[in-house]
Ligand binder design. Structure first.
Ligand code: PSU
Ligand code: MN
Length: 299
């Protein structure tokens, strides 16, 4: 069967790609499932603004009415952010089915990386990646497996604190995914700067990061995690996560959003403020590194 992919890349994004100017992909599951309203809107706006402020073009990804979109309007982001609209959470495996059935859904890191690779975007920013769940090692985020195949650098504050960070890093090693520490030797763990687990390589500035990424891709590498310490920490993170794990009955795709919502409750909303700040900070670093890469390509 002939299948024409229903995809729309925003003119601003395709122009930047064509002229080899820096572009940063942004996921939307954090908007539709990860953060409460209206913090989710703030996070989306702050990420786009942070990318633009560093001279790069943001490419926010989602499936809207059965069309794969790279670059969304403010109104479309608002639609994804509206509470209780039943916007689906789309992992990599859900992209095809969602497109073929005309669905509307927000893309996780995995699906966003898949789409970025499809259109030639190499930089992606988010809050924290998915990974191996605590006490439920069979539940491993598709983020990990997509990183093993798509050549995209994912800028994040490490694996989300609700996960088994050490196991997640072990898995990334098995999957041949480098973990670069941006100005750090220890991998951050989302709400906190230190996890006790080492990164595989430290990088201290955008030019070094770009050079390392270019070398990874020149040697046949695919996804790379660039772990950036959060600008502000949630000291009570561990206690809040333990309480969240004790009460949540969710599983499958609903588990990560349920845990984040519980942590929000136990931290009296402070986790949301910390999440907002780190998302914008990661977007800024991603844009700086994308710009450094573009300068290197031109030079
Ligand atoms: N980062 C955040 N909040 C989030 C997420 C990331 O700060 O909600 C989302 C991302 O979309 C990530 C997903 O890909 O959580 C992981 O979900 P799962 O464990 O079901 O793969
Ligand atoms: Mn899962």
């Amino acid at each position: 069967m002939r299948y024409e992919l229903p995809m729309r890349v925003a003119p601003e994004v395709s122009a930047a790609l064509e002229e080899q100017r820096p572009v940063v992909a942004l996921e939307t599951s954090i908007v539709a499932q990860g953060l409460p309203h209206p913090a989710n809107l703030e996070a989306a706006a702050a990420s786009e603004a942070a990318v633009r402020a560093r001279g790069a073009v943001p490419a926010t990804v989602a499936v809207v009415d059965g069309v794969l979109r790279v670059g969304l309007t403010v109104e479309e982001v608002e639609r994804l952010a509206r509470p209780r609209t039943g916007v689906r959470k789309l992992g990599s495996r859900d992209l095809g089915p969602a497109l073929a059935t005309g669905a509307t859904g927000a893309t996780t890191v995995a699906a966003t990386a898949r789409v970025a690779a499809l259109v030639g975007i190499r930089f992606l920013a988010t809050g924290g990646i998915g990974g191996v769940h605590r006490g439920r090692a069979i539940d491993q985020s598709a983020d990990l497996f997509e990183l093993a195949r798509s050549p995209v650098a994912v800028f994040c504050s490490g694996p989300k604190t609700v996960l088994d960070v050490a196991a997640t890093l072990e898995r990334l090693e098995s999957l041949c995914v480098p973990v670069l520490g941006y100005g750090c030797d220890e991998c951050p763990a989302f709400y906190v700067a230190r996890s006790g687990c080492p990164v595989s390589q430290r990088v201290d500035d955008p030019d070094t990061a770009a050079r390392v990424l270019a070398a990874v891709w020149a040697t046949g590498g695919a996804g790379v995690v660039v772990a950036v310490p959060p600008p502000e920490e949630l000291p009570e993170a561990e206690a809040a996560v333990r309480r969240a794990l004790a009460v949540t009955g969710a599983s499958g795709q609903a588990l990560t959003p349920a845990l984040l919502a519980e942590v929000e409750r136990h931290s009296r909303g402070r986790s949301v403020a910390v999440n907002l700040r780190l998302v914008a900070s990661n977007a800024a670093v991603a844009a700086e590194c994308a710009a450094a890469m573009a300068r290197g390509d031109a030079g």
